[in-house]
Design a binder for this molecule. Sequence first.
Ligand SMILES: NC(=O)c1ccc[n+]([C@@H]2O[C@H](COP(=O)([O-])OP(=O)(O)OC[C@H]3O[C@@H](n4cnc5c(N)ncnc54)[C@H](O)[C@@H]3O)[C@@H](O)[C@H]2O)c1
Length: 417
Amino acid sequence: MTDICILGMGYIGLPTAVMLAESGCRVLGVDTNPLVREALGRGEPHIEEPGLRDRLKAVVASGALRAAETPAPADVFIIAVPTPLTVDKRADMRHVAAAAEALTPFLRPGSLVILESTSPPGTCAELLRPILEAGGRRVGEDVFLAHCPERVLPGRIFTELVENDRVIGGTDPRAAAMARDLYARFVKGDIFLTDATTAEMVKLIENTFRDVNIALANETAVLCEAMGIDFWSVMRLANRHPRVGLHRAGPGVGGHCISVDPWFLVERFSGSTPLIALARRVNDAMPAHVVDRVTAMLAGVPRPVVALFGLAYKGDVDDLRESPALALARLLEERGCEVRAHDPFAQRAPLPNLTPEACLDGADLLLVATAHSAFAELDPEDTAALMRGRRVYDAHRLLPADRWAAAGFTVEVLGVG
Ligand SMILES: NC(=O)c1ccc[n+]([C@@H]2O[C@H](COP(=O)([O-])OP(=O)(O)OC[C@H]3O[C@@H](n4cnc5c(N)ncnc54)[C@H](O)[C@@H]3O)[C@@H](O)[C@H]2O)c1
C-alpha cells in the first residue's frame, strides 16, 4: 500500500486526500491549524464543497485518512499549502518552504515530493531542491521532485479532480512518470508530462490569460458606459465571431488565483511584464469605478445605507479571499455610506453577515456585488417593500432589469451607459 503524506488540508489538499484515500492509499493529512486537524479527526469538513462531507466521513471512519500535526515517513509527500501575496505583491513562499523543511526528515529512499501549490517559476529548482538536498541527499537519485499544478474549480472539485487534464512537471523524467502513476489512480483526463519549470509557467499563464482578458472586458465595459451603449450586447455580438471570446466584465477580480498569480510573473520579470501588470491594475480599479457610479446614484441622500448583496469573490462559493465585494464595502464606507452585507454562503465574514431582510431593511440602494444565483430570484416587489429607496446597481447583469424598473427601481448595470 502506498503511504501518502499531504501537507495542507485546505480546498486543494483535503479533497485530494479523500480521492487518494478512496483509491487505496494510506493518507496522512498534515495541517498546522489545530482547528483543521480537529475537524478532520472527527471526519468533518471545515470547508464547503459538494460531496466532501460524506466522502470524508467514510475515509476517516475506515482509517484510510488520518490527521496529524507533523509528517511521517511516506512514499509520496504532497505540498498543498497557501502561496498568498505579501503586501508588496510578492509571492509569500514561507508556507511552502516550511512544509518542505518539515517533511525532509521523513523522506525515504525513492520518496517522491509533489508541489501542488501555485508557485513562481523556478520554485522546484531554486527553492525546493536545495531544501530536499540538505544533508547530502540528491534529487533525481535518492528522492524525486515534481510540480503538479491544480486547476480545479471550487464547487466542482471532485468532478474536476477526475475529469480535468493534468500537467505534471518533473525535475527529471522519472519524477514526472512517478507522479503520473499516482494521479492516474483517479484522473480520467489526459495527463501531460513536462519539466517542473514549464509546469509552473503553465499554471501561472493560465490564470494570467484569464486576468488579462477580464481586464479587456472591464475596460470595454467602461468604454461602453461612456458611449451610452450596452457592454453585454457588445460581448454577445462580438462573441459570434469564430475567433473571439470576450470575457464577462465585473466589479473586479478576486480569489486566491486569478488576482494573485499574475503578480508572481511580475515579481520575477518586473521589467518585462507591462501588459500583465497593467491588467492587474485595470481589474483592481474596478471596485472604485463601481463605487463612483453607486455614490452618484445616491447623490443628495444623507448618510445613505447600501445593502451589499454578496461578499464572496464569485457566485455560489463561500470564499472571500481577495473578494472585490470587500473592497466595495471598504470604499463605500470611506465615502460615508453605511454598508450592510448579506451573503448566503460566506462564513467568517469580516463584517456582519445579515439576513436578506435585515440587510435590505431601510436601505437606499441594493448593490449586487457577487453573482450568487439565488440573487437572480430576488423579488423586486418584496425588496421594494423593505427598502427606503428604490435604487439597484447590478455589477454582474444578474437581475432582470425590466422587472426591477417596473417595480419602481432606478436600475444601473455595470457596462451599461
Ligand atoms: N483553492 C483553489 O481553488 C485552488 C486552485 C488551484 C490552485 N490552488 C493553489 O493550491 C494551494 C493551496 O490552496 P488552498 O486553496 O487549498 O489553500 P487553503 O488556505 O484552503 O489551505 C491550505 C492549508 O494549509 C495549511 N498550512 C499552512 N502552512 C502549512 C504547513 N507548513 N504545513 C502544513 N499545513 C500548512 C493551512 O492551515 C490551511 O489549512 C495554493 O497555492 C493555491 O494557490 C488553489
